[in-house]
Design a protein around this ligand. Structure first.
Ligand SMILES: *[C@@H]1O[C@H](CO)[C@@H](O)[C@H](O)[C@H]1NC(C)=O
Length: 252
């Protein structure tokens, strides 16, 4: 699993004082817990005091004390830092608030991952710069947060790639579609790689350029029709032969 598992939750307190219909002043207080390791060992707790869009005081658990960013912020940060009760409480939040909640989220959300089903197909070009378009689709994955990438002969392709957003199906699952426009060259290998929290290693599908799937399907349907036709005609012929020879055999 190469995607960082970042969980971040906010406690938001917003106060606003309106001075008119359109503009206002916003004082907000946000706390964030950020981690990317599964055992929460790299958990960071951030406590932000914000006026409009500017953070004027911040407690960052890595720093371990308040830092002020405006005259008012510096003044209050110093005041908070002199109060052992406030500092002690704030320093305890990584364990008491962040890790505690992250464990609950982990078992309620992150542990319920469903890996995607991946399909690689060829689609009709819509008049782009290249004559061929491949589509790599990942279906029914949970939670969102997926990486779809293209490779040509083992090297990551960044250009001529377009992708949809991760679209919610409305039933907790998500899907995403990525297209690669390209000019086919003989002997090359084009692959789509998908990585998601539900996978232990990425799913890599190589494109089989021999025949597009729709063409293969047409041939398969045609061939089955032909076989079925031969069987039915043979049966009909045998039936006809039996009937006609039977007529001859009956004495009159
Ligand atoms: C918290 O502080 C550490 C150390 O200074 C820094 O690397 C990190 O980016 C800070 N985190 C945030 C969200 O500001």
């Amino acid at each position: 699993m190469s995607l960082p598992r970042i969980l971040c939750f906010h406690l938001i307190l917003m106060l606003s004082a309106f001075t008119g219909a359109a503009n206002g002043y916003y004082h907000s207080w946000w706390t964030k817990c950020i981690h990317s390791s599964r055992d929460f060992s790299d958990m960071v707790y951030i406590d932000n005091y914000i006026f409009n869009k500017d953070v004027y005081i911040q407690f960052n658990s890595t720093v371990g004390e308040y830092v002020g960013y405006t005259a008012l912020g510096v003044y209050n940060a110093e005041r908070f830092n002199k109060d052992p009760n406030i500092l002690q409480q704030e320093r305890a939040q990584v364990e008491r608030y962040c890790k505690h909640n992250a464990e609950l989220y982990q078992s309620a959300i992150a542990d319920k991952t469903v890996p995607p089903k991946v399909k690689l197909s060829s689609v009709k070009p819509a008049g782009g710069r290249h004559p061929a378009v491949l589509m790599c689709s990942a279906y029914r994955f949970y939670p969102h947060g997926i990486k779809v990438s293209w490779m040509r002969n083992g090297e990551v392709v960044k250009t001529d790639v377009t992708s949809t957003e991760e679209m919610p199906n409305g039933d907790w699952y998500y899907q995403i579609h990525s297209e690669l426009e390209y000019t086919p060259k003989s002997g090359e290998k084009i692959s789509c790689a998908v990585d998601h929290a539900g996978l232990t290693k990425p799913i890599i599908i190589d494109w089989d350029p021999s025949l597009p799937e729709s063409e293969r399907n047409k041939i398969a349907i045609g061939a089955s029709g032909l076989v079925l036709g031969i069987i039915i005609s043979a049966a009909g012929l045998i039936y006809y032969k039996k009937k006609s020879s039977g007529r001859i055999l009956v004495p009159t």
